[in-house]
Design a binder for this molecule. Structure first.
Ligand SMILES: *Cc1c(COP(=O)(O)O)cnc(C)c1O
Length: 370
C-alpha cells in the first residue's frame, strides 16, 4: 500500500536530481540487509534479475540442472533456461504448496547443481530438510522469497538460511515499489559478482565514479546486464521497510479472520505450520468438492459479485514452454490436483473487517452452489 510518506520520499529523490542508482539504493541495501540479519544485499530491478544474477554468481553452466517446485511463477524456472541449463520439477506438498523435500532424491542427477525452493504464499518451505539434502550432495540453495518478506523458519529470518535469497518488490508484493528486487547472501564473493553484473559488468558504477575523489575511469570486467535499481524506487522501499512489521501484522489478522469465517466443509485453506512465520502474501483456498469446472464457475460467480480473485499458479509443466521438459506426470501430480481446485482471495493490509466478512460470506454462499 502506498502512503503519503512513500510519495514524499520519491518526490524528494526526484528533486535531488539523481534519478538512477545512487545513495538511496546504497542506503536501502544496507537497511534491508540489516533488517534481515544478512551480510550483503544487492538491489536490482526485479526478483527475476536477482535469481538470474544469483545463478550466474554461483557459476551455473549450460547442461546443468536445477531443482524447482512444479507450482511457482515462471520466473523461478525461466532464469535457469537463460543459461541453457534445465529446470527439474519436483512436486509440492498438498497442504503447504511448497516443494516436497522427500522427492529431492528422485530428482537428483550427476548434473544437479542447485535447489530453488519457493516460500509459497509467504510460508517458508521445509528448509532444514532442503539444506541438509543440499549439503549432502554439494548443491547450492537459492531461495525464491518473492512471497516471503518478512518470514521466519524455526525462528531464523528467511534471507539468512540459503546461499542466496531473492526478493521481489513488484507492484503486488508485500513491499511494493512498482518494479524492483533484492538478492541477499552471506557470501562476499557472490555479492561482489552480483554488484558488478547488475550494471553491465562495470568495475565502478556511476554513483561511485561521481563521488569526491572517485575516478572517471572504469573497466568492463565481464559482459553484464542492465539490472540496477533506481533511487526513486529505493527511496520508496526504504519507507516501506520501516512499516514492514505493521503491514505483516495486518495481513496476519486478515488471514486469521478468513480462517474463522470460511466454511471448512466446503473450503480448505493452506496448513499453517507452527514452527514458521508466514509473510501472508496470498490467501489460497481450495474447493473440497469439485475440480476445474467448479473452480472456474466459482471464479466467474465471484467476479459477478465484484470480487476479483486470481490463481497462483498453473503448474509450470502445464504451460507449453515447459511441457516438453517433464518426463513424467508423476512429477507434478499433486500440483495439478490442487491447482484445479484452488484460487487466491483478496488480501491487503488495509482490508477492513467488513470487506473480509463480505468476501468470506460470498465465497461460502457461492461455493455451496457450484
Ligand atoms: C512475483 C514472483 C517472482 C518475480 O518477481 P519479479 O520482481 O516480478 O521479477 C518470482 N517468483 C515468484 C514466486 C513470484 O511470485
Amino acid at each position: 500500500m502506498i502512503e503519503e510518506a512513500d510519495i514524499q520520499a520519491v518526490a524528494d529523490t526526484i528533486r535531488s536530481g539523481w534519478l538512477t542508482m545512487g545513495s538511496e539504493v546504497a542506503a536501502f541495501e544496507q537497511e534491508f540487509a540489516q533488517r534481515l540479519g544478512a551480510s550483503h544485499a544487492v538491489a536490482v530491478n526485479s526478483c527475476t534479475a536477482a535469481l538470474h544474477l544469483g545463478l550466474e554468481a554461483m557459476g551455473l553452466k549450460a547442461g546443468d540442472e536445477v531443482i524447482v517446485p512444479a507450482m511457482t511463477f515462471t520466473a523461478t524456472a525461466e532464469v535457469i533456461c537463460y543459461f541453457g541449463a534445465k529446470p527439474v520439477f519436483v512436486d509440492i506438498q498438498a497442504d503447504t504448496h511448497c516443494m516436497d523435500p522427500e522427492l529431492l532424491q528422485a530428482a537428483l542427477t550427476s548434473r544437479t547443481r542447485a535447489i530453488m525452493p519457493v516460500h509459497y504464499a509467504g510460508q517458508p518451505a521445509d528448509m532444514d530438510e532442503i539444506m541438509a539434502f543440499a549439503h549432502a550432495h554439494d548443491l547450492r540453495v537459492i531461495e525464491d522469497a518473492a512471497h516471503a518478506l518478512p518470514a521466519r523458519y524455526h525462528g531464523q529470518m528467511i534471507g539468512t538460511i540459503g546461499d542466496i535469497t531473492a526478493y521481489s518488490f513488484y507492484a503486488t508484493k508485500t513491499l511494493a515499489v512498482g518494479e524492483g528486487g533484492m538478492a541477499v547472501t552471506h557470501n562476499e564473493a557472490w555479492a561482489e559478482r552480483m554488484q558488478i553484473m547488475r550494471l553491465h559488468g562495470m568495475s565502478r558504477d556511476a554513483w561511485r565514479r561521481n563521488l569526491r575523489g572517485g575516478s572517471w575511469d572504469y573497466e568492463v570486467l565481464a559482459p553484464g546486464f542492465k539490472y540496477n535499481m533506481t533511487d526513486p524506487a529505493a527511496a520508496m522501499g526504504r519507507v516501506q521497510l520501516q512499516r514492514l512489521d505493521t503491514m505483516a501484522a495486518l495481513r496476519r489478522r486478515i488471514d486469521q479472520k478468513y480462517r474463522t469465517l470460511l466454511d471448512p466443509d466446503l473450503l480448505e485453506c493452506l496448513e499453517q505450520k507452527s514452527d514458521r512465520e508466514s509473510a501472508y502474501h496470498l490467501f489460497v483456498i481450495k474447493l473440497r468438492h469439485g475440480a476445474a469446472a467448479e473452480r472456474n464457475k466459482l471464479i466467474t460467480d465471484l467476479e459477478e459479485e465484484g470480487i476479483r480473485v486470481s490463481v497462483h499458479f498453473r503448474p509450470l509443466p502445464l504451460h507449453p514452454a515447459y511441457a516438453g521438459l517433464t518426463t513424467s506426470p508423476q512429477s507434478y501430480a499433486v500440483a495439478r490436483q490442487v491447482w484445479e481446485r484452488m484460487m487466491s482471495l483478496p488480501i491487503w493490509p488495509q482490508m477492513t473487517d467488513e470487506m473480509v466478512e463480505r468476501v468470506a460470506h460470498t465465497v461460502n454462499r457461492l461455493a455451496a452452489k457450484v
